[in-house]
Design a protein around this ligand. Structure first.
Ligand code: FAD
Length: 449
């Protein structure tokens, strides 16, 4: 008997519930990855994620080969191709992880398969619910987190020792980034994709960063977060395994790290209950957003004249990744100071982020824009206050905005304060907007003034 293990955002062998279930139910398994043309057609296959995905697929194939198997690659519509492989191999079952986006839900309905309950989240969407009639998800993080913490965690599944693939299943070559996404060029400093790279990064960070994570998670120049988000997005690492390993330690850093992983689940359960929140306001504020091409371009290129915002936007272009504090402040700048629709910013992030994720990206954007689950939807992050607090010596800005590197200390945050001739020596733009004007406009628009 044959079962198909359909890989999607779970490109790993350790603690892989879908592969584990497939191997338990059949003697032979087809580890299948379909390069889904629907994902590309939806504009979701961008150079940065394609590069990481190509690494992850090559690593998965190598891992399977080391266990006597291999990865079977097909290109096309994921449902059609899966059915084709099932017909060719006589597979009686398809195992795949439950998804949360509207796209994943439609795919599952079309496949009509038994889903392996463990999806991408630690606690699957819907597993914990608020009390009250008709409540299908938590809209506020703190009460969600309390319930989430009380949930038991399944134990970690070992990586399989061997995988027997039926002979003669046709496979395409493991695709390169160029094949996955022929247009565009990846950012110059992307992380290496794949399970092995992810495991190495986690092991290193466990030694060097986890213990004092709670004190350093907002430190912009310190760059002391785990940078595991891309591995979690593609499922090269299992969040269940990370929580088990982190919880084995008693330091406050481990607790804070686990709390961040709960945020990931929180957004997944919101999106699963409200798939329209990927594009529609979760809680509309009746915003009549502005759109000024020059301002949006300045924001995208990191030339707004606010050094800390520009540093963040340039890091995003260069690395396809951004520190959470920087994500928050650049998103607040776009949606609240410039008063531009969060969807414009979310799209730009999805074009570049390796960890770009429907649930986390769209719902974090909505959180910052105040259309989402933030219980203080009208708070505005002043970039100058943020800069002084989270980059007090200006090191983060000097790293990413080299044309200001001659400005010492916190002076780098306010180049507009320099005298005329001094100012002229720097090839750096004037602020695109006055912060007080932006704030007033936002308050008026939201009826707060
Ligand atoms: P760490 O601080 O080490 O945290 C560990 C893990 O917890 C992360 O890898 C991530 O999986 C999870 N996590 C941490 N913070 C959050 C959060 N606020 N929401 C959900 N999960 C979280 N994260 C994505 O994975 N994909 C996105 O597309 C994405 N877009 C975002 C857009 C905006 C506007 C904002 C404000 C945040 C966004 N985030 C997104 C959340 C967060 O910024 C990143 O997960 C984090 O910066 C990744 O770095 P790290 O792995 O070093 O995080």
């Amino acid at each position: 008997d044959v079962a198909i293990c359909l890989f999607s955002s779970d490109l790993r062998l350790h603690d892989q519930p879908v592969l584990h279930a497939a191997l338990r139910s059949a003697t032979q398994v087809v580890p299948l990855f379909v390069v889904d043309t629907g994902v590309a057609d939806a504009g979701f296959m961008v150079p940065n994620r394609a590069a990481f995905l190509a690494d992850a697929l090559a690593d998965l194939d190598a891992g399977l080969r080391g266990r006597g198997g291999r990865l079977v690659i097909r290109t096309g519509d994921v449902v059609t191709e899966t059915c084709r492989v099932a017909a060719e191999t006589g597979a009686g079952e398809v195992h795949l992880a439950a998804g949360v986006s509207g796209y994943a839900l439609r795919r599952e309905r079309r496949l009509g398969t038994e889903l392996t309950a463990a999806g991408r989240a630690l606690v699957p969407p819907g597993a914990v619910l608020p009390s009250g009639p008709g409540k299908d998800h938590f809209a506020v993080f703190t009460p969600y987190f309390r319930r989430w913490q009380a949930e038991g965690l399944r134990s970690v599944l070992p990586a399989p020792r061997s995988v027997r693939v039926p002979a003669g299943v046709r496979s395409e070559d493991v695709p390169s980034a160029q094949v996955l996404c022929p247009d565009g060029t990846p950012s110059p400093a992307l992380p290496a994709g794949g399970e092995q790279a992810g495991r190495r990064r986690f092991t290193a960070w466990q030694r060097s960063g986890l213990a004092d994570y709670q004190d350093r998670q907002d430190d912009l120049p310190g760059d002391a977060t785990s940078r595991l988000s891309s591995y979690l997005h593609f499922g090269c690492l299992s969040p269940v395994e990370l929580v088990h390993k982190a919880s084995a330690r008693t330091d406050p850093g481990a607790e804070a790290f686990v709390r961040q992983l709960a945020w990931r689940d929180f957004h997944h359960q919101v999106l699963a209950a409200r798939p329209d929140a990927a594009s529609a306001d979760y809680r509309t504020k009746g915003d009549r957003w502005r759109y000024d091409e020059a301002e949006v371009t300045a924001w995208k290129e990191g030339r707004t004249g606010y050094p800390v915002v520009d540093a963040g936007m340039r890091q995003l272009l260069h690395e396809g990744w951004l520190h959470n504090r920087a994500r928050m402040l650049v998103a607040s700048f776009l949606t609240k100071t410039l008063y531009v629709d969060w969807r414009v910013g979310a799209r730009h992030f999805l074009d570049l982020l390796v960890d770009g994720d429907m649930a986390n990206n769209q719902l974090n954007w909505q959180w910052v824009a105040g259309t989402g689950t933030d219980t203080r939807p009208n708070r505005v992050l002043n970039p100058l206050v943020q800069a002084k607090r989270f980059d007090p010596r200006g090191e983060y800005v000097r790293r990413w905005v080299p044309e200001l590197s001659a400005l010492a200390g916190a002076a780098v945050h306010q180049p507009w304060k320099l005298s005329g001739p001094e100012r002229a020596a720097y090839d750096y733009p004037d602020p695109v907007v006055d912060l007080a004007d932006g704030l007033l406009r936002f308050k008026r628009a939201r009826g707060l003034e």
